[in-house]
Design a protein around this ligand. Sequence first.
Ligand code: F6P
Length: 463
Amino acid sequence: MKRIGILTAGGDTPALNATIHGAVTRANQLKVEVVGLIKGFNCLFNPRVPHVHLNPLFQEIPELDPTKGGTLIGSSRDFVDPNKKDDLDMVASRLQKLGIEGLICIGGDGTLNGLQPFAERLPTVLAPKTIDNDLGLNYPSEPDEYVRVNDAAAKAGFRYKRAESHTQFDLNNIVNYATPGYATAVFVSAQGVERIRTTAESHRRIAIIEVMGRHSGYIALGTAYGQPDIVLVPEIAPDLELLVSRVKHLYDLQKNVVIVCGEGIVDEQGRELGAETKSTDPAGNVVLSGASEALRGKLIQMIGDKFFQLYRRGESAKEAIFTRKVGHTQRGGRPILFDRFYAAQQGAKAVELLVEGRNNAVSVLQYSTTKGFYVEGYDANRFRDRWGLIHARKMHPSLYDAKTMKPSKLGMDYLMPIFTDAIGEDDMEHMRRTLFAPGNLSQPYHSINTDVHKRIRYLAEMV
Ligand code: F6P
């Protein structure tokens, strides 16, 4: 294999450049050219196919910095519909015209879902990315637990449901233990909790902090490192009576409460609290907004104003209870060491998979309690249910304790290998040196897009 293409698809993460860097470094060693496709699948719908040569003369271009968040080749939520054969053929022929013999998609579960039709046209592998940590399996047989149930309200006339599991959860059996971007997102959200805490303490307030993660509670679970009092995850509907009594007890004791909630939390009927107005992004994902506000509404109603007036800590529940979203700060900025290190390895592995002749495969990060972390190739079809669909991984419920509303013992065992040494000394030193550099005040921000733009080439110029 002489030339491969690489693209970043879907929502970005801080570790994308690290993955690309790992791929390019390995490609340089193997004397393989790497072409970066601009803005994910979007560029393949453009007849000019904007692209960048990432390793001319087998040297990486200087713009490729693994410590920088975002992606130098850009990303979009565009995708190629696997049912549109003409689109697929067009895309394959454009890649062929570029001389691309194999494709690395850096993406999440949505991208993996669309991988098979590509793999029928040219060797294609996936290097995972997502802050949500929802690309993977809690155990290899997890896809077999999905069943279809009739649902007249659903577009297809059915929806997917999980049958009861009879599989013992074991950390050693997780497929893709953590995804690049997850550790940095938790790093940001846990810090957010620490910062909100002291202001909630000063002003005797109850803070509800909403973190990302869609329907998966891994980010919320990890945010426990910031020592919130209560963590709510989408997988387990909160017992509101228990929640209110815990909040009242804590407020009585310490005059402030900090609650972390995943954006996808649901009520007892399984309805998303944060999706009262249903809308979807271009890839068809429900846009989740407002879980924390909905929860706040419930607490205001259930606790009432009197509670706060009795304590002489404000006039109303509305005044005392506030919400904050950590938001897109979770997705951006410098990736921490854990993410950089393993993202690079997964990128490198993706190149190796292509060179070894693998197709329709994923470079996964595995963990063993005896060996630690290692990367390997995993067949993409093993992520699929019997109908061929890939489901986003949910946090395994045994990682969470619904009574304490915190990570369970197993949850702590899950988190510790990722986070104990996740921050590099250089991460801290980098902040010390750069954040308050005097030049930041006088120099305008220089966007990487400006530099990469100068390197963009088009298909027409090559023929
Ligand atoms: O999948 C990553 C993610 O950041 C989710 O956690 C979040 O719900 C969503 O993307 C936000 O997407 P957008 O940036 O398109 O609003």
